[in-house]
Design a protein around this ligand. Structure first.
Ligand code: G6P
Length: 499
């Protein structure tokens, strides 16, 4: 991507990404000084390289309330900030996005809250993002909307700009109908998404869940990955399809899986850097040179199964199967959504457990858990991946889990064992990981012991096969696959006739 903006007819962008968060967050220091820093989460990790390759605009929120900014360039990306007020943060972001949709879409691990004021704010903020996208996109341009915070944008945007080709990608799971149907606004969300030409999901199961919701709530026909959306609108539940089919035409919307990935070669490149390898050795020494280093890297979120992981590890220490002399677990827990009650409680719970385990099983020289409640620069993360003999990904539900893929991408030495939850999307691809059900604590303990004791030959065979998958199916392939399908809708049109 060029760092300067190319002049365009109408001064707008042919390619626009819209996501709740920009790739950069406004950080205000204690002394009042402000700067921009990289945003957390898998979405930004995946999309950043895509944006660098495409000369487009990225529309999103800067991570602080009431931030009014004129568009600017950030490391080659044209950034268009959308302002959110303190009330928007409370109702749209912390409320509807992260206390209604997030728990609902992750199998109700935490109970979702349903509040009408939150929904109203969600509608209002989605309209603001749709307006910003409509203003940024060139005639006939492509707009790619991201994630659960913006599910109404495809429909709202199509209403303003029917000339655009609109894609949507859901980074988190789409729940089974029995759970989804709890949502009081379930039909409006389906209608919002169906404003897109292509709707992408992480797993095949997510796409099927969505299609089932479309059939149940709208009565539309789905065929393979295609949904037929009548151009004459029907109220939900009105069984008059035959009549409408005879009279009218429909749009075809593609809804299928496009599993997201990472910029795998850039991780491998960093891992091959001598300074980072040196740092990995130093980390082992700093931890007191344990025989085994285990690693967990997560946003501090109840979906990640950190508590289940600690329970299994704590029991292994209690039973004397592991000792803090031999094993250290490094747990990186990135602070997240710190004003939402479920996250406040989770932090207390995890930190209490970490303190207990360290207090019960630690010695003056060795602590069983090195707990880090902050993020690290990418170089340090890569050094940690290289130092880790066993990587623990124990999510109770996760759209994909890019940390699992990052670990694999870094292990150019074909070493290291990945213990991976079958409830993370990554398990569809990384079948040679040691797959676990995190609810089954005994099963998880067995797999942890198997990982620690796995012979080198087995480790290498498993890692080689996983590396092949991750390096071949990287993020540029993900976006190219999605955009190819999206562009084919633009060229051939997504309209068809049932007759
Ligand atoms: C997940 C979501 C992203 C989100 C990220 C960080 O990866 O899919 O949409 O940006 O978490 O969460 P936050 O609430 O801090 O944006």
């Amino acid at each position: 991507m060029n760092s300067t903006v190319k002049p365009k007819i109408s001064g707008k962008y042919d390619f626009v990404v819209v996501s709740n968060r920009l790739p950069v967050d406004r950080v205000i220091e204690a002394d009042g000084s402000a700067s921009w820093a990289r945003s957390p989460g898998g979405l930004v990790t995946a999309l950043e390289p895509v944006m660098r390759q495409n000369d487009g605009a990225w529309i999103g929120w800067g991570g602080q309330p009431d931030l009014e900014f004129t568009p600017f360039e950030s490391e080659g990306i044209h950034v268009v900030p959308v302002a959110l007020s303190a009330a928007d943060l409370k109702y749209y972001y912390e409320g509807f996005s992260n206390d209604t949709l997030w728990p609902l879409y992750h199998d109700v691990i935490a109970p979702p809250s349903f509040h009408r004021e939150w929904w109203e704010s969600y509608v209002e903020v989605n309209q603001r993002f749709a307006d910003a996208a409509a203003a940024a996109a060139s005639p006939g341009g492509v707009v790619w909307v991201q994630d659960y915070q913006l599910q109404l944008v495809p429909k709202l945007l199509r209403e303003i700009r029917p000339d655009l080709t609109i894609g949507f990608f859901n980074h988190i799971p789409f729940p089974p109908y029995g759970i989804y149907s709890q949502l009081p606004w379930r039909t409006q969300i389906i209608e919002g998404l169906l404003g897109a030409d292509v709707i992408g999901f992480q797993r095949v199961a997510d796409a099927s869940n969505f299609q089932r919701a479309v059939r149940r709530l709208k009565g539309y026909v789905t065929k393979g990955s295609q949904v037929e959306v009548p151009l004459v609108d029907m109220s939900p539940g009105v069984r008059v399809f035959g009549e409408i089919k005879r009279q009218g035409s429909f749009r075809t919307v593609v809804a299928r899986a496009f599993p997201i990935s990472i910029d795998a070669s850039s991780f491998e490149e960093l891992a091959r850097t001598p300074a980072i390898q040196e740092r990995a050795k130093q980390i082992r020494e700093e931890l007191g040179s344990p025989k085994t280093i285990m690693l967990g890297v997560d946003r501090l979120d109840y979906t990640k199964g950190i508590g289940h992981r600690l329970k299994a590890y704590g029991e292994l220490l209690a039973e004397g199967k592991l000792s803090s002399e031999d094993v250290t677990l490094v747990q990186v827990a990135n602070p997240s959504r710190e004003r939402v009650q479920a996250y406040i409680e989770l932090r207390d719970e995890i930190e209490l457990t970490v303190g207990r385990i360290n207090g019960d099983y630690g010695t003056i020289a060795h602590v069983p858990i090195s707990y880090q409640h902050h993020g690290f620069p990418r170089e340090e993360m890569v050094a940690l991946y290289l130092a880790a003999d066993v990587m623990l990904v124990t999510a109770l539900r996760d759209g994909m889990n890019l940390v699992a893929k990052e670990y694999v991408a870094c292990r150019f030495d074909d070493d290291g064992v990945l213990v991976l939850s079958e409830f993370a999307g990554a398990s569809d691809e990384l079948k040679r990981a040691l797959l676990i059900n995190p609810h089954d604590i005994d099963g998880m303990k067995e797999k942890i012991m198997e990982a620690i004791g796995m012979p080198k030959r087995d480790r290498a065979a498993r890692m080689r096969s996983m590396r092949k998958r991750v390096l071949e199916h990287d993020v540029s392939r993900w976006s190219a696959d999605f955009l190819k399908v999206l562009e084919s809708r633009a060229h051939h049109g997504s309209q068809g006739h049932l007759l």
